[in-house]
Design a binder for this molecule. Structure first.
Ligand code: HPA
Length: 271
């Protein structure tokens, strides 16, 4: 199936050869609009490709140029809370690898566990806690894809993070750095859970990203990750949590992320 999916994408993009893939989170789809010379492929037009069903997640691949560099954008992600098997996420990432992707940039909308990192902040992910209880690598391991017991000690590549931190400084973009904790969802957390996650050492909480990163590291890709903070965690402020707020705040805060990604890609010419 990996070969079948990558062959269909290859067929549609012709001689484009992106080395960087960007997965766009809730309210962050706008980044794909910045690409020039675009080829758009709807997930439903790729046989075997998992379908995304959340509003605010478009469900298409957009392949084009950002700052002159060829990029593959996944506009609309596949979440475990939709009922997808974690292995479906592995299938997507391994198909990208087969296509020649070497760098994966993951983005997400997340709740903050730090009162000093308010809605609208941009957080560089330095590490994660997999609290989802699931893993995309469960099952028979294909040793040609990667090792049975992959090492995650440098999952969010240290050198790439340093480059991005310097770029952010140069561009005068405030960039927090912290640990992302993944819950399965789809409910927002209780106040007690938010307190517990803070004690565990997390700075932000969300319902995605970890499966993609585990799969990418397994296949030897270098990973860069960002959380756009759309709200404070439950119990850290008055009022209810809502997906509408996530989308709204995500859209607002995404301009900083777009500017940072453009500057970074311009600087490194890769991802
Ligand atoms: N919790 C989990 N996922 C999220 C949140 C949150 O508070 N905000 C955006 N995605």
């Amino acid at each position: 199936m990996i070969d079948k999916i990558s062959a269909q994408i290859k067929n549609k993009i012709g001689n484009k050869q992106p080395k960087t893939a960007i997965i766009l989170g809730s309210g962050l789809g706008k980044i794909a609009d910045e690409l020039t010379d675009k080829t758009i492929i709807k997930y439903e037009d790729i046989e075997g490709f998992p379908q995304s069903s959340v509003s605010g997640h478009a469900g298409q691949l957009v392949i084009g140029r950002l700052e002159g560099v060829e990029i593959l954008c996944m506009q609309g992600r596949v979440h475990l809370y939709e009922g997808h098997k974690p292995q479906s996420i592995d299938l997507i990432i391994k198909s990208f690898k087969k296509l020649g992707i070497e760098y994966l940039i993951v983005t997400n909308a997340a709740g903050s566990l730090d009162i000093n990192m308010p809605a609208g902040s941009l957080m560089l992910i330095k590490d994660h806690i997999n609290f989802s209880g699931q893993n995309p690598l469960v099952g028979v391991n294909d040793d040609k894809s990667g090792p049975r017991f992959p090492d995650l000690s440098n999952a969010y590549d240290h050198d790439i993070r340093n480059i991005v931190k310097n770029t952010a400084k140069k561009e005068d973009i405030k960039l927090y750095e912290g640990v992302y904790l993944m819950v399965l969802g789809p409910n927002f957390e209780t106040a007690a859970e938010i307190k517990a996650f803070r004690i565990l050492g997390a700075d932000a909480v969300g319902m995605s990203t970890v499966p993609e990163v585990v799969s990418a590291v397994h296949s030897g890709m270098k990973v860069l990750g960002f959380s756009v903070i759309t709200n404070l965690g439950t119990g850290m402020r008055d009022g209810k949590q809502s997906h509408e707020e996530t989308l709204h705040e995500g859209k607002k805060a995404s301009q900083n992320l777009i500017n940072l990604l453009k500057a970074y890609i311009k600087e490194t010419k890769n991802g």
